[in-house]
Design a protein around this ligand. Sequence first.
Ligand code: SF4
Length: 309
Amino acid sequence: MRVVESEAKSILVASKLPDADYVINPYTGCAFGCSYCYATFMGRYVGETAEEWGQYVYVKTNAVILAREEIPKLQRTHGSATLLLSSVTDPYQGVESKYRLTRGVLGALVDASWAGRVSILTKSPLVTRDIDLFRSLTRAEVGLTVTSTDDRVSKWLEVRAPKASARIAALAELRDAGVPVYAFVGPLLPHFRQSRSELDELFEAISSAGVREVYVEHMNLKPYIRERLEPRLAGEPQSIRDSFAVARQREMHHEVDELVNQLLSKHNLHLRLGEVLDHQSGVAAAAVHRAPAGLRSDSVAEPQTPRPN
Ligand code: SF4
């Protein structure tokens, strides 16, 4: 893992996501290296290839300084804007233990008495470290991405991310601490169509952790993402490979949507944004991660794409 310290020019980026006005990404790159990640294009801005995704993290060492400059300015014009950490990186990946940039940005929001919603999205239980700050914010909420209850599955596709079981435990801990929580079930793994009980178990686990709010998103299988996934699928049974092969078909999405709706009702879960998010329909989005072109991270204001993690 290469950790590169860099300086950004700005840290608050206007967002086109349906539920976030601005995003904050303290890092470029992500050590978790999920095989389905669609933020790999971020490498362009720091001179890295898609193949290297998961092998590098650029640390925006001045992120907290920038946040302390930019938040009061935004507050004067958009004081109740919704902020998301993060859209194209995981704000609680390993380097956060050392650099504490996410914590620093949250501290800046606390000190500014930020009135808008601050939404966190991560795959890491390290997020529980900052419960004190979530409690101090006016409208904080924390989401954990969970795509399976099977740690072997999370290890398979979310290569270096914390185990799924640890994420569900983190949700329960946050909820017990009084922090509003949500789960991000995305991407929906295509084989759920054949293994309905697995999706049932996942929603059951989320519900049992005390979570009531969920985003659900179909897998984005654009060619550049599929290319990274192929090696992971190569050794899998034909039925799994087949499920990925047809996963972009609309009828498959509809079939899975019906199953999701049944299970949401069964487990008393509320679907955020009112539908299963779908990159093909343009309603993509929730939270995995995105930014801009051809420039170094220290010279760029990150642009937006639809939303992971
Ligand atoms: S999906 Fe999220 S956690 Fe996984 S590599 Fe991408 S940014 Fe990191």
